[in-house]
Every structure is written in structure tokens, then in C-alpha cells.
Design a protein around this ligand. Sequence first.
Ligand SMILES: NC(=O)c1ccc[n+]([C@@H]2O[C@H](COP(=O)([O-])OP(=O)(O)OC[C@H]3O[C@@H](n4cnc5c(N)ncnc54)[C@H](OP(=O)(O)O)[C@@H]3O)[C@@H](O)[C@H]2O)c1
Length: 283
Amino acid sequence: MSRIIQLQDGTELPVIGQGTWWVGDNPNQRTQEIEALRRGIELGMKVLDTAEMYGDGLAEMVVGEAIADCRESVFLVSKVLPHHAAGLELQQSLEQSLERLQTDYLDLYLLHWRGSIPLQQTVDGLEQLRQSGVIRRWGVSNMDTCDMQDLLQCKGGEHCQVNQVLYHLASRGVEFDLKPWLNEQHIPMMAYSPLAQAGRLHDELLASDILRGIADELDADPFQVMLAWSIRDGHTLAIPKSSNVSHVQRNIQAASLALSDTQLQQLDQVFVPPTHKMPLDII
Ligand SMILES: NC(=O)c1ccc[n+]([C@@H]2O[C@H](COP(=O)([O-])OP(=O)(O)OC[C@H]3O[C@@H](n4cnc5c(N)ncnc54)[C@H](OP(=O)(O)O)[C@@H]3O)[C@@H](O)[C@H]2O)c1
């Protein structure tokens, strides 16, 4: 995969990574999950996104097993729950995540969403961890424009590397103000659930003749078009989850698909961009 995005600190990352929500929940699928993650890494999807919340640590344990012999070739992202996001609890959460992940550092540590702990306390804690080297960078998730503005008012807040938010064809609200604001600040966006979780909403998306038509024109499938669309601006990294090797292979190919202006306009007609401020969509 040759397409990359650049973090605030200059680090370059491939535009498609791998998610891990629900991974680890079913012990019978463990082998398949590990195989899919490892195949993704081999193919260049080196950004692995997980969280202490996923299966209460079960997802981190699967990731730890998958990367045990290739830690250095992975860009490892985990998230701290908001009520753990300061002081000793933050340190303990990180230590437990590292243990489950069988590593001694994270490449990126995210605040999962904004809770009641003042942002300055979280930034202080994350900066302390960053300076000690146990996390290389930090960022946030599920933060709307006003939250990001508050964050940048904090001392050290300018070190935030990414904002991870829900973004797919049927959830475009961030395009109105959050995305342009992040672009101005040179903070990349990580698009979560870029395939709309392959659920009911996703089925509605797939029913779109436009989406299917574009997929046919590109000799691709609608999932690949959704992924290619989510990373089209060069400032967004998408993290589809898949525990199926053939899906993983198709997901990586989406990085090479280029949607034409005409195709983007056709998609805009069906999946209309926002014309006013919308509350941040969250799962
Ligand atoms: N920060 C947050 O609050 C937050 C919230 C939600 C998610 N996330 C992160 O974002 C990641 C991705 O989001 P998500 O897991 O919610 O949903 P998603 O990636 O949009 O969709 C995952 C679903 O799509 C299927 N799939 C993947 N590739 C496919 C393909 N090429 N063809 C057909 N089906 C395909 C997967 O099934 P198979 O496994 O069978 O392929 C799975 O059922 C999560 O895993 C997590 O790491 C973060």
C-alpha cells in the first residue's frame, strides 16, 4: 500500500489499518482472528487499533498474540476509558494494556471519549507517559469540534496526534466543521466503522444502485468503494475490522482505488454531505 497519511509529528502511516472491536469475544474464532490480523500486517495494514474496553481486555490479548513476533513492524494503538484517564488510574490502565498486548510501549494511546475528568488532567497524564517513552504519542476519540478546541486550550494539548471518529458514507456529519477544523490544525482523522459495521445500515448502503454501479466500474466491490471513499482526502486513515483473510485482502486493495470526480458527485447525490452542524455520531 503506497498511500500514506502524516501525523502531526511527521510519522507516516498507511491509509488503511485494522480494527479489533469484538475480536476475542468468541474463543472458537481466535485462530481465524489472529490469522487475519497477521495477514493484514504482512500486506501493509500495520496500524492495529484496539482498546481496554474491547471485551474487557480480550481484544488486546488477541492482538498481543498476533504481534508477539512482529511487534516492531506494527503501529499499535490502544485506548483508555474516560474514567481511567488521569493520574494513577491512567498509569495502571496503560500497564494492564501493555501486559495484555505483550509489549512495553504503545505507538499511540487515545482517550476513548471525553468524560468528566478535566481534559487538562488527562493531557498532563498522557504527556507524562509520552515523556517517559512508554507511549510514543497520544490522541483522542469521539471528540467534536468544541471538545477539540477545549483540548487545544490545554497546556500540552497541541501534542494531540489524531481524532478517531465514526465516519462512513451514511455518517458524514463531521464534514461540516470537525473535518475542516482538523485539516486546518494538521490533525489527521481516524475513521472508525468505515464499513458501517456491515450491519442493517450497511445493507441499506449496499442496496444503493449508485454504490454498486461505481463498484462495477472500478472492478471492485461496494465495501472497497466505501473504504476508498473514506480515505479519499489524504488526511484520513480508516480502520476496518475483519477476521476473514479474504476480506482483509480486499480491504487493502481499496487503498489503490481512485474515485473520479464524477463518481464522488454521484455518491454525494445519494449520501448527501451535511449542510449544517450536526451532533457527532458515536457508536
Ligand atoms: N473509537 C471508538 O469509539 C470506536 C467505535 C467503534 C469502532 N472503533 C474501531 O474501529 C474499528 C472498525 O469499526 P467496526 O468494527 O465497528 O466496523 P467496520 O469496520 O465498519 O465493520 C466491521 C464488519 O465488516 C465486516 N467486513 C470487513 N471487511 C469486509 C469486507 N471486505 N467485505 C465484507 N465484510 C467485511 C466484518 O466482518 P468479517 O470480520 O467477517 O470480515 C465486520 O462484521 C473497530 O473494530 C474498532 O477498532 C472505534
